[in-house]
Design a protein around this ligand. Sequence first.
Ligand code: SF4
Length: 377
Amino acid sequence: MSLPATHLSAPSPSTSTRSGSLLSAPDFLHAITELTSGSALDAPELVQIIATARADGELRETLCQMASDLRDRIYGRRVFFRGLIEFSNYCANDCFYCGIRAGNNTVNRYRLSLEDILSSCQAGYELGYRTFVLQSGEDPYFTDDRMVAIIQEIHHRYPDCAITLSIGEKDRASYQRFFDAGANRYLLRHESATPEHYAMLHPSELDLLNRKRCLYDLMDIGYQTGAGFMVGPPGQTAEHLANDLIFLRELQPHMVGIGPFLPASNTPFATEPAGSVEDTLIMVALTRLTLPAALIPATTALGSLDHKGREKGLKAGANVVMPNLTPTINRKDYSLYDGKICTGDEAAECRVCIEGRIRSVGFDIDLSRGDHLTYNP
Ligand code: SF4
């Protein structure tokens, strides 16, 4: 399909677009209806949609409403809970944007013991959570054998719970071992589907091809797989965001994490401006239209940028929240970016707070495992 350009406008200050052309309201509505009905729009068409939604607040609202309506038709007004356990902030990598990168020697490093991890699971289980997300940097201490032991123990104690891993790039054999041990889901944001932009965000040891290889392996093994990206990191353009949507359409992940870029102290990007709430909501909404059945979190990063950010994320098509189960003594040390919220609350306080926020915008809480629609146990 081709989308006519009707007038010109300056690009958004946070991200540039080479096309610069915007859509009229009828053409915008036509384009997002096409997207909703499964049309494979190309990159220039997606760039026009993104640029128009940035420039016109009313059309942006319409986009978010369409995404929200689509989510309602598929999952209803339910918001799924995932209990997040940040079990190690050691990392061998040096991603330029990340507060716990190896090169940041101001970080107070910690690793949770198996007992601490299991206590966190127990606290989450008592709060009703039926998904645990085990997240860490790429920490060599947690060898495959150690990870398998942790997964097996959680699976043994909580057979009715889903186990999600978010521990970075591994070879296929490792992913298979974790899956066989009882892990069901894996989160690995691709961060940027454009090789040159990926290279601006990561040191040369990390490359997009391997990141994609990991994601395809995870899908192939049978994980419910999550990809995702930041909105507004240095160097990002609307073309890059369009490429992210196209990659998601190709990969067909079950989950997509999208949050604004937020600068972290003592990193190469420490003084860069944050991404915007509006741009993030646009990408949440467009992701919902691209992958109607995706599980999309209203991220903590969005809530850190705007105190109503998670509520806005839900209203733009998100349907997952990830309250924190990490022991409070360690939470502040898992600082991927500055200003992260919820670092001081006990797990039970997090649950009450987040539940209130969800209900305040007309959604219901759902404490089931919250599998993707296509999942067959
Ligand atoms: S983004 Fe992940 S892999 Fe990169 S430095 Fe941070 S924790 Fe490590």
